[in-house]
Design a protein around this ligand. Structure first.
Ligand code: PA5
Length: 461
């Protein structure tokens, strides 16, 4: 199928940006095919499962049913989770309903609050501002034991029980976790919480189309069938062995070549839509945690990975673009653009302002024309300055295209992992700090970490 989300890499070529660009021949089609075959084998062997998520209609149906039964009873959904267990749901909500200050559908559906930080002031502010009697709590942790999530869970549980009693609280808490193991699973069983499962072969940052993202989305009134439909179509495109019809592979090749052959170690993700600002932060984790690796699959030290940096068009034109155009040429730019805005406005032809040059040329034009022109101008300025840039173009931001886009970006990441020859699905670099935290907090079994990294007097009581 021909997915109407387009990837355009014209401005990464030498013909556009000179010596910092790539020769078309450097986009290695043989390596692309090997990467696709290598990744396919991981999926077929059951090692990696995110491509299977759009096929799981049964889970989607039961999530939808549960959400529609609960939705009318609550005005807020409080999500407790972190990393892949928070960024996906938040990104879906912001993409479809918009950034919070201007979010739509507040009356019809609950608002989503994501508690993905344990700053005590931040946590207290949630509890002070939410009405416990009208709040549903989604506690999400694949491992079932993440310190940040379990600590906020205990605080929120106490808050909810105080307000509505233990029985009602248990009906208002829903857990999303691994089917087979983890303390959250045991707690959910003991307390009789409704539970949805994350497949064992789907890691946190690849779990947005599992109940991790689908449940909060359904509670907030999003059409999760359309999300999965889009993702399904993205699967079809991403398994294509023809590079021209496989945008995820084209993008993976471009990113990998610019990093490894031209030293573009930073990727600026320039979202030209306020609705794609949340997704840019979801992608930041996906790209960083998947590809930032010390060793490759052969055990050699490689230190791979680009540093992803979200930027917001047009806002950051007046904040970052000076650096981007004239600072170190160590970055590549990926524009995320949208053909059709959610709505459009005409700039009025207000008579008393037409005498001013700064107003006259704008009067009567669509605001979307200015928005598009500013994006094109930024692309042109970067190209002129010899800065390689590429573009994803979405027809619209709706559930179908967001499902498709997220899935394309996950495929892009998986393909890039194969091109680097690293494991894109683990995160050993996150582990040490977690173990030291456990040691400092006095967790049984982590005494060695407390001993090595924290003098006794620093231990937290
Ligand atoms: O991508 C990942 O695996 C991580 O970022 C996790 O999502 C994050 O550490 C949270 O883990 P958990 O869902 O087990 O609480």
């Amino acid at each position: 199928m021909n997915l109407p989300i387009r990837f355009n890499a014209q401005n990464v070529l030498k013909s556009a940006v000179g010596e910092h660009g790539l020769d078309a021949a450097e986009l290695d089609t043989k390596a692309a095919l090997d990467a696709l075959i290598g990744f396919r084998a991981r999926v077929d062997s059951g090692e990696v499962g995110f491509p299977n998520l759009p096929l799981d209609q049964n889970t989607a149906k039961s999530v939808d049913k549960f959400a529609s039964d609960l939705r009318g009873d609550v005005e807020s959904v409080l999500l407790l989770g972190i990393g892949g267990s928070a960024l996906g749901p938040s990104a879906l909500d912001m993409a479809i309903r918009g950034p919070h200050p201007v979010q739509v559908d507040q009356k019809r559906c609950p608002r989503l609050y994501v508690m993905d930080n344990i700053d005590p002031g931040f946590v207290s502010a949630f509890l002070e501002n939410l009405n416990a009697k009208r709040t549903a709590v989604c506690v999400i942790a694949k491992s079932g034991g993440t310190a940040e999530t379990l600590s906020t869970f205990m605080i929120v549980h106490e808050w909810l029980v105080k307000a509505v009693g233990g029985k009602k609280a248990a009906q208002r808490i829903v857990a999303v976790t691994d089917e087979r193991k983890g303390d959250l699973l045991e707690i959910a069983k003991a307390e009789k919480y409704k539970t949805f499962f994350i497949p064992a072969d789907v890691g946190g940052r690849f779990s947005v189309l599992s109940p991790v993202g689908l449940l909060p989305a359904a509670l907030c009134g999003l059409d999760i069938k359309k999300l999965l439909h889009g993702a399904h179509d993205a699967n079809t495109a991403s398994w294509s062995r023809t590079l021209e019809t496989n945008p995820a592979m084209q993008s993976a090749l471009v990113h990998h070549a610019l990093d490894t052959k031209r030293g573009k170690t930073i990727e600026i993700v320039f979202a030209y839509s306020a609705y794609l600002w949340g997704p840019a932060f979801w992608y930041r984790q996906l790209w960083a945690e998947s590809l930032g690796k010390r060793i490759n699959r052969k055990g050699e030290v490689v230190h791979t990975g680009q540093t992803p940096v979200p930027a917001l068009g047009v806002t950051d034109q007046h904040s970052q673009v000076q650096l981007y155009v004239e600072g170190p040429n160590d970055k590549m730019f990926t524009f995320w653009a949208v053909e059709k805005p959610r709505t459009d406005l005409k700039i009025p032809e207000t008579k008393q302002f037409l005498q001013y040059d700064s107003c006259a040329y704008l009067a009567g034009k669509k605001l979307s024309s200015l928005f598009h022109a500013e994006r094109m101008a930024t692309e042109a300025a970067l190209t002129e300055a010899g800065r390689p840039n590429c573009r994803w173009m979405l027809p619209r931001v709706d559930e179908y295209y967001i499902g498709a886009f997220f899935q394309l970006l996950e495929f892009q990441t998986a393909f890039c992992g194969e091109l680097y020859g690293i494991n894109a699905f683990d995160q050993p670099g996150v582990e040490l700090a977690k173990k030291i935290t456990n040691g400092l907090m006095g967790r049984k079994g982590y005494e060695d970490y407390a001993q090595k990294f924290g003098p006794k007097k620093l231990q937290v009581s």
